[in-house]
Design a binder for this molecule. Structure first.
Ligand SMILES: Cc1cc2nc3c(=O)[nH]c(=O)nc-3n(C[C@H](O)[C@H](O)[C@H](O)COP(=O)(O)O)c2cc1C
Length: 173
């Protein structure tokens, strides 16, 4: 089955490992015939949710904040596979990925997403508990299959082995 895949890449480092992992996922998915949209959310202006509840009242599902999240809402609405790619900052997923996730509050869940995957970079080993737990819980909450997590600490970055793990994740689609 051909999938409509959205990758949200959240590292601000253009030549970093997270960008590399997102691009490797995209290459493998496109080679398998899927449609892939890769969005760099790291430099976008996406504020945190205001919890104003406008969306659940007068807004009828629309957020009151008209920032760069407006570009993402239609992409999130169409994707059936969502891939999050982010570095670990202070033992959890970086803020640049948290904001777009939390701004989905207005629609509760991305309408068509059925499968999700996570690509994570860090310096150290053993720093993925927070990110993995959050990712697992969001998959459950959004009723999406958790396809898995590929992590890369400093000595695993941009390696053939990590590339193979990403390709294996794509092969599960
Ligand atoms: C603000 C900040 C916080 C970080 N916190 C952690 C951390 O808690 N644990 C860790 O292993 N690495 C941490 N790092 C290192 C990054 O996760 C690591 O360099 C990663 O490879 C960055 O990915 P990138 O090259 O794709 O940006 C931190 C980096 C920054 C800038």
């Amino acid at each position: 089955m051909k999938h409509n895949i959205l990758i949200l890449q959240a590292s601000p480092r253009a030549k970093g490992n997270t960008v590399w992992m997102a691009e490797e996922y995209k290459k493998a998915a496109e080679a398998a015939g899927h449609d892939v949209t890769l969005v760099n959310v790291s430099h976008k202006k996406i504020a945190g949710c205001l919890a104003c509840e406008y969306c659940h009242g007068k807004g009828n599902g629309a957020c009151i904040q008209k920032d760069d999240m407006q570009e993402l809402y239609p992409l999130m609405a169409e994707a059936d596979v969502l891939v999050l790619a982010a570095p670990i900052y202070y033992f959890t997923l970086c803020a640049q990925i948290q904001a777009p996730i939390q701004r989905m509050y207005c629609v509760n869940a991305p309408a068509k997403v059925k499968k999700m995957a996570l690509l994570v970079s860090s310096y150290s080993p053993g720093v993925y508990d927070g990110a993995s737990a959050e990712f697992r819980d969001i998959c459950n909450y959004w009723k999406a299959e958790n396809m898995g997590v590929v992590t890369a600490k400093i000595d695993e970055q941009k390696t053939d082995e990590t590339k193979a793990r990403i390709e294996a994740l794509v092969a599960k689609l």
